[in-house]
Write a protein that binds this ligand. Structure first.
Ligand SMILES: *[C@@H]1O[C@H](CO)[C@@H](O)[C@H](O)[C@H]1NC(C)=O
Length: 391
């Protein structure tokens, strides 16, 4: 019995070891399988990581490429912009070339006659009052100061004194002007709130007035063109005179409200006007600011057609042209009373691009500035001057 038991124990324990071994084998196999999978995952993740790295690098280099493309695109756009500008200038030029030939259908004899008349009239030598001998070489800068007022009007400083006062003439046929103590008063004012309003005895006509040495010179809005000199300090009419030209026409076809455009320069007071006698061109007169007497008259070669404004610097008239569809304003005709500047010496000077039209341009000789009214905006242009060529 004991023996049988001993045998059984041996057999059973043998069985147990066999079972244990089998279990161990099984576990080992599983562990190996898990290890395999882990190493597979590891491999995969490191592959993913490197793929991700590569992708990132690709993206970075593509982004750099995009940046470079953007720059070339921008420079290409700039180049296109320059070309558009050039084409626009050429078109402007062609337009004015076409606009500036009002004589083509006129009889040759008539032209000759006109030229002789012009020569006769222009023969008298102008004796200069000052030693001013500058001409415009370019427009150096533009400043938009404010927008007070309507489509058409005029603004100016006192062009003959250093009082610093600024005047606003809103509209083309009003009788109330606004006086600001200084440029700063105007720019900080709410509309016309900071201004003194000055009532005139008559309405002005057009945009041709000028303020010179505390006096306003303007043309009365009436059938007969009368020059009025108004004392701005004492608020009374100082003098008046009928403008001596017959059959007057609007002086600029693009601003037909103005019949006489008064202008001040280093030499004094001028009147730019037009008559039926010389109907295609702008005429010029020297005005005595004390007595309103006309001292001398000239016919200029500058067409009225497509002119929008003009001004005088050192005895030279600069006529500014535009087109009916507003584009770039430019000085395209000059006339010098002392014969030192001809149209050939004077380059076409373009105003900065604004796509507006000037209803008035007033020169301030003390500052070499142009006071411009562009669709209700009060603007300033700084002129670059150079010496006229001595001949
Ligand atoms: C200026 O004139 C326009 C019309 O030409 C008018 O509508 C506007 O109210 C005027 N502005 C001022 C401030 O007087």
């Amino acid at each position: 019995m004991m023996r049988i038991l001993q045998f059984l124990v041996v057999v059973l324990s043998g069985l147990a070891t066999a079972q244990q071994q089998a279990l161990m084998d099984y576990l080992e196999r599983r562990l190996l399988a898990i290890e395999d999978r882990i190493s597979l995952w590891h491999e995969q993740t490191s592959r993913y990581a490197s793929e991700l790295r590569e992708f990132k690098q690709q993206m970075v280099s593509q982004l750099e490429g995009l940046d470079k493309n953007k720059e070339t695109l921008r420079s290409e756009l700039d180049a296109v912009g320059v070309r558009v500008d050039r084409v626009e200038r050429e078109m402007d030029y062609l337009e004015t070339q076409n606009g500036a030939q009002p004589c083509v259908d006129v009889d040759d004899k008539l032209v000759e006659q006109q030229v002789t008349v012009a020569k006769e009239k222009n023969k008298a030598k102008y004796s200069k009052l000052t030693d001013c001998s500058d001409m415009i070489s370019s427009i150096k800068a533009m400043k938009i100061l404010k927008r007070v007022g309507g489509h058409k009007g005029m603004w100016t400083k006192d062009t003959g004194s250093s009082s610093g006062k600024v005047y606003i003439f809103n509209g083309t046929g009003e009788d109330t002007l606004y006086e600001f103590g200084s440029m700063r008063d105007l720019s900080s004012s709410q509309g016309m709130a900071g201004a003194t309003s000055i009532q005139l005895p008559y309405a002005w006509g057009g945009m041709g007035h000028v303020v010179y040495n505390n006096h306003l010179y303007f043309v009365k809005d009436d059938e007969e063109l009368r020059l009025v000199k108004f004392d701005l300090q004492n608020r009374l009419v100082a003098d008046s005179a009928v403008f001596p030209a017959k059959d007057q026409l609007p002086v600029y076809t693009l601003n037909p409200e103005t019949y006489v455009d008064l202008a001040a320069d280093e030499e004094g007071l001028w009147a730019i006007y037009a008559t039926k006698e010389n109907e295609k061109h702008v005429s010029l007169a020297k005005v005595d600011p004390k007595t309103l007497a006309i001292e001398q008259m000239w016919d200029t070669p500058c067409p009225r057609e497509n002119a929008e404004a003009a001004f005088v610097v050192c005895g030279t008239v600069y006529v500014v042209y535009n087109s009916k569809l507003p584009s770039r304003s430019r000085i395209q005709c000059v006339f010098d009373v002392s014969d030192m500047v001809t149209n050939d010496d004077a380059p076409t000077v373009y105003f900065p691009k604004r796509y507006g039209t000037h209803s008035s341009l007033k020169y301030s000789p003390l500052e070499q500035l142009l006071y411009a009214w562009d669709d209700g905006y009060q603007m300033l242009y700084k002129l670059q001057l150079k010496k006229k060529l001595e001949v």
